[in-house]
Design a protein around this ligand. Structure first.
Ligand code: UDP
Length: 252
């Protein structure tokens, strides 16, 4: 079999050239990192769960008309996605205070915010992905004003969708991070949701018990990460193994 061309290896995923121009194969690894890769481990099964969960969320977004990179899942660890130019920003949406926002502003974790708050971090591992303002983004040309309007609208649509889906299975969406990509279609370009949506990039708390079902389990040594992610997958009817996996269907 021909060797595939690796395009990029990140902390949790590896990207390979796809079979058609404009496509990429996204491989989900079992590697877990936190605190800008200061804490590292291999969590068996994490990649499979995130592949399935990201498929589930991206397919749902497609079905409500939110453009994203997902094309199809190829196997347990890989999915085919549209190639895009990643905007160098981490777009964070928060419904409740937690993590870095709680530390920065001294707000107790779990405090409901008066409205969803969108934050932007500049994607640069060497700098630890610093928080930036729209002024920085405009001044340094990382995105245009039109891009920022589109990014805000995408982020809030993803928030409403994900909050609702998670609420339906007894989980509170505290916050999440997405990445946005630019695709060119003929003379047009548009922005789409890219990267992944999984418990690696969200904070998910059980509504009844407050139990954490996301990467904080790894960051804060709270138990088994695969148990937490499997619980999310089970509630959503997305299980890699097991009796009756409910496949998300793509509406064309
Ligand atoms: N997040 C992420 N990747 C990052 C930074 C943050 O996926 O590089 C997610 C994180 O899992 C959480 C949200 O974005 O759901 C907000 O993270 P926060 O700024 O509180 O940072 P943390 O406390 O995780 O360092």
């Amino acid at each position: 079999m021909a060797r595939r061309t690796k395009i990029y290896e990140g902390k949790a995923k590896t990207l390979f050239e796809g079979p058609e121009p404009g496509t990429i194969v996204q491989y989900f690894k079992d590697d877990a990192t936190a605190f800008n890769a200061e804490k590292k481990d291999v969590i068996e099964g994490k990649g499979v769960l995130n592949n399935m969960l990201s498929e589930y969320f991206m397919t749902g977004l497609t079905n409500i008309g939110v453009p994203n990179h997902f094309i199809k899942r190829l196997n347990m660890r890989e999915q085919l996605v549209k190639a895009c130019e990643i905007i160098p920003l981490e777009v964070i949406v928060r419904n409740y205070a937690a993590g870095s926002m709680s530390k920065r502003l001294g707000i107790e974790e779990g405090t409901m915010l008066p409205r969803p708050i969108v934050e932007y971090c500049y994607k640069d591992d060497a700098l630890g992905d610093p928080l930036v303002s729209e002024e920085h983004i405009a001044a340094f040309g990382w995105a245009s004003q039109q891009d920022m309007d589109d990014i805000l609208s995408l982020a809030l649509r993803v928030n409403d969708f994900l909050s609702g889906v998670m609420y339906g299975v007894g989980i509170k969406l505290v916050d999440f991070k997405i990445e946005i990509g630019r695709v060119y279609e003929g003379d047009f370009q548009r922005l789409i949701v890219a990267d992944e949506i999984s418990p690696d990039s969200c904070r998910l708390w059980d509504i009844e018990t407050g139990q954490k079902l996301d990467k904080d389990v790894f960051r804060r040594d709270l138990g088994s990460l695969t148990d937490a992610y499997s619980e999310v997958a089970k509630r959503l009817g997305v299980m890699p193994k097991g009796a009756t996996p409910m496949k998300p269907t793509l509406i064309n």
